[in-house]
Design a protein around this ligand. Structure first.
Ligand code: SF4
Ligand code: SF4
Length: 308
């Protein structure tokens, strides 16, 4: 992907439950020559609609877990005393590590007088490259309770970019992580455009200001889709006024609709049912792909607002 032509759109939200994934999937049928990527690795959902057929699946290793070699352990109990996560238990006279509690700090392994504790890299989950009816899809599944999601997000983006380059595609459409933590920062790194799916309420506006601040920090332009706008028309007006005042492009508004639930129940994207909202979402996609920040000055007010 030559940088000048590269388009990397990441759909984000200040918090979960705004309809971010449903809208990302609804945009997918309009995105041609695009690699899709689910970066919401803590709760990946795009696969439910995209119905991927895996072409390649690999292990995701991250962090470390302690394992006691029983044959070399002399039962001194030092490791149990040192472990502040209470991950080492004595069972039937033997010391053993509960891998679910082990935080991988490595203290026990470093200080065991017998050097009887291994500290290998641990399997955290799997990631895949799949085919879907809309195009190639890069996604992952973390094991329950696993962290390292920022590292996995970076890996998925790297793989999606490499795949796009191999296929001669210039676009990535990613479902980003919700919130403003480490995974969303990893989601946004290198993006050319953030699209925030928001709900029209005071708390929705507050969440948007925070996530737009993260976006501004990385000098990534950020536009807005107001979802279920008709449930709070006054909130929508206030959101629109804020976007206009601060220079955030409003890509569109989507009303609450039973169409979405009906489509999901059939395993379809909202825009595959031929319902009334298809044109609405098509128009939003046109605005997104035709958006170009005209000058760098458009980014300055966003940067200035990042600590709000
Ligand atoms: S510190 Fe080493 S030798 Fe002592 S109980 Fe733990 S594993 Fe066994
Ligand atoms: S690596 Fe750290 S957390 Fe895991 S068992 Fe050893 S001391 Fe406890």
């Amino acid at each position: 992907m030559a940088n000048a032509q590269r388009r990397e759109i990441v759909v984000i939200s200040g918090k979960g439950g705004t309809g971010k994934t449903s809208i990302t999937c609804a945009l997918a049928p309009f995105a041609k020559n695009t690699v899709f990527c689910d970066l919401d690795v803590d709760v990946p959902d795009m696969h439910i609609i995209l119905a991927p057929q895996a072409q390649k699946t690999e292990a995701f290793m991250g962090g470390h877990k302690a394992i006691i070699r029983q044959e070399e352990c002399v039962g001194c109990g030092t490791c149990q005393k040192l472990c502040r996560f209470e991950a080492i238990r004595q069972i039937d006279g033997h010391f053993a590590v509960d891998s679910a509690l082990c935080e991988g700090c490595g203290v026990c392994s470093a200080l065991c007088p017998q050097k009887a504790i291994d500290f290998p890299e641990a399997l955290c989950g799997h990631w895949s490259i799949s085919e879907t009816r809309f195009g190639p899809f890069v996604h992952a599944q973390l094991k329950p309770g696993e962290e390292n999601s920022g590292k996995l997000v970076s890996l998925l983006k790297q793989e999606a970019r490499a795949l796009a380059k191999k296929l001669g595609f210039t676009s990535l459409l990613c479902d980003g992580s919700p919130g403003i933590g480490c995974p969303v920062v990893s989601s946004l790194a290198g993006a050319t455009l953030a699209v925030a799916v928001v709900e029209p309420s005071l708390s929705g506006l507050h969440d948007f200001k925070r996530v737009a601040g993260v976006s501004a920090h990385f000098h990534i332009p950020c536009g807005v889709i107001i979802n279920r706008y008709d449930l709070n028309r006054q909130g929508t007006e206030e959101f629109e006024a804020y976007c206009q005042k601060e220079g955030y492009p409003l890509f569109g508004k989507i009303p609450f609709s039973a169409e979405l639930q009906a489509a999901s129940q059939k395993g379809l994207a909202l825009t595959e049912t031929g319902g009334a909202l298809t044109e609405t979402v098509a128009a939003i996609w046109e605005k997104i792909v035709n958006f170009h920040p005209s000058t760098r000055s458009q980014l300055r007010p966003m940067t200035a607002k990042r600590n709000e």
